[in-house]
Design a protein around this ligand. Structure first.
Ligand code: ADQ
Length: 472
């Protein structure tokens, strides 16, 4: 079997039992262990600019290596300038907001786009030295849209695929990025591009048709920029049984502390990185409205929001953090009693094995992003529930997960009154209805598992006609 080479902005910790590693990292690592392979990405370290001359094509510091059985990890450092332009700049200042339809928060600097291309080439040069002609290369996410182009420039003809974890927006939104054509031309150097939903895949095909004179052949092949490529829909999943097993460990000390604090009140819970795309501001407002309109729920409910800061050196993230701190204080100031804090807002992360029992203890999982590629928290929350007495998932219609989990209570995160009503409905839902909805969600999640996501993507990539094989 051809060797698998995974590339992502950051490489996951190699430690199998790593408590904080997400399902995604574990799933990809499993695939690598299965076929043997390597994982390449940024080390997370930056070095002073002087180490690599500006615009140099020299690869910089040699990649560090770690091994675990048949899996080898390679990482490379970035210079401070690369980090600023590529990671903080174009990836998280331009692409992230635009692909989440937040064009008002997006900024554009050509210098940063050049940095993005530079780092993608830098990754490509390192990789080119590591891969052999039969390897299949699986890149992840919006940081690496230019990686295949970098590899092709170096003459690589391997099968190269990209899975986009976040949404692909409508063409009218994507074209707000001044260099959209250069970006999409580079993206089309991939052989296979995977999306979370059919809506994302369709938006990409629409862009190629409307903006790049592309066409879609009856067998689904897309042709644009002089290239033929395949696309597919691969909704990322979770390992339902493993999550439920973690969630059922109910005697953890942190859970005892939570229960003591709750004193029998119903728990509403949300967990995410602190990010403007996750809809926290709108959710806080909806909860405030719920409290204002439903005085009979006062003292009987508590909302726990866990949101560790992320990307704190990007201005839009500092702004949302300041705003939420203010709002949490104001809402508590308005409703709290001596013995009741209606909203608990924690800016920290928890190891997975602690998070799952918390999900299981929550009567309502409130997952209301303004846009989200998939949203794994929604699936983790549903998987963590006790099937006999499950909690209710209130889910944004704009999360990719809503396409599969239509048995959740679906809400529009911009509809404050609608969200407040859904919260009331969730808190009062009879156990039969909760069981029915939960069983329906479990069925979908068992089918679209993490394993299936990975095996389908890697299987499709392996099956593509190999340019190496066909040309010798
Ligand atoms: P994210 O935007 O990071 O992922 P999400 O899908 O919810 O969003 O995944 C977050 C992961 O981190 C989950 O496994 C969650 O349990 C964990 N996590 C979040 N907050 C945590 C906390 N406070 N403590 C511990 N763990 C925490 C991107 C895309 C998504 C897409 C995923 C996977 O934006 O749309 O679903 O990739 O493709």
């Amino acid at each position: 079997m051809s060797r698998l080479v995974v590339v992502s902005n950051r490489v996951a910790p190699i430690n199998e039992g790593e408590a904080t590693a997400g399902g995604l990292a574990a799933g990809v690592m499993d695939a690598l262990r299965h076929s043997g392979g390597l994982w390449f990405g940024w080390s997370g370290q930056t070095v002073p600019d002087a180490v690599v001359p500006p615009d140099s094509l020299a690869p910089g510091l040699p990649p560090a290596v770690a091994r675990s059985g048949p899996v080898t990890l390679y990482t490379t450092d970035l210079t401070q300038r690369d980090y600023n332009d590529y990671y903080r700049g174009f990836a998280n200042g331009t692409l992230w907001p635009t692909l989440h339809y937040q064009t008002g928060l997006a900024r554009f600097e050509r210098r940063e786009f050049e940095g993005y291309r530079r780092v993608n080439r830098h990754f490509a040069r390192h990789l080119a030295a590591l891969v052999t002609p039969g390897d299949v290369i699986w890149a992840h996410d919006y940081h690496l849209m230019g990686l295949a182009a970098g590899l092709r420039e170096l003459g690589l003809r391997n099968r190269i695929g990209l899975f986009l974890h976040i949404p692909f927006p409508a063409p009218a939104v994507l074209t707000t990025i001044p260099v959209h054509a250069e970006l999409m031309r580079a993206l089309c150097q991939y052989d296979l591009i995977g999306f979370q939903t059919e809506a994302d895949r369709r938006a990409f095909a629409d862009y190629l048709r409307q903006e790049a004179e592309g066409q879609e052949l009856p067998d689904g092949t897309l042709q644009a920029f002089g290239r033929s490529l395949r696309t597919g829909v691969y909704p990322i999943g979770v390992d339902v049984d493993a999550l439920r097993a973690e969630a059922a460990l109910a005697d953890a000390p942190h859970l005892t502390a939570l229960r003591a604090g709750l004193g029998g009140r119903a728990l509403v819970m949300s967990v995410e990185r602190l990010d403007y795309s996750k809809g926290l501001r709108q959710r806080f407002a909806a909860y405030e409205r719920f409290l204002a309109e439903q005085p009979d729920w006062h003292r009987r409910v508590e909302y726990l929001q866990i949101a560790p800061p992320s990307r704190s050196d990007v201005e839009a993230y500092q702004a949302i953090r300041r705003e939420l701190e203010g709002e949490a204080g104001r809402i508590n100031g308005r409703f709290a009693e001596l013995d009741w804090t209606p909203l608990r807002y924690l800016n920290r992360s928890f190891p997975r094995r602690q998070l799952m029992p918390l999900y299981a203890a929550a009567q309502v999982g409130l997952v209301t992003p303004l846009r989200d590629g998939m949203n794994l928290v929604a699936k983790e929350y549903a998987a963590a529930q006790n099937p006999e007495d499950p909690g209710v998932l209130v889910l944004s219609q704009f999360a990719g997960a809503a396409r599969e989990l239509d048995a959740a209570l679906l809400v529009n995160p911009h509809d404050e009154a609608g969200m407040a009503m859904a919260l009331k409905q969730a808190l009062g839902m009879a156990v039969e209805e909760r069981r029915e909805r939960h069983a329906a969600m479990l069925r979908v999640m068992r089918h679209n598992s993490l394993e299936r996501w990975r095996d389908r993507f890697v299987g499709d990539l392996r099956q593509l006609p190999s340019l190496v094989a066909s040309t010798g």
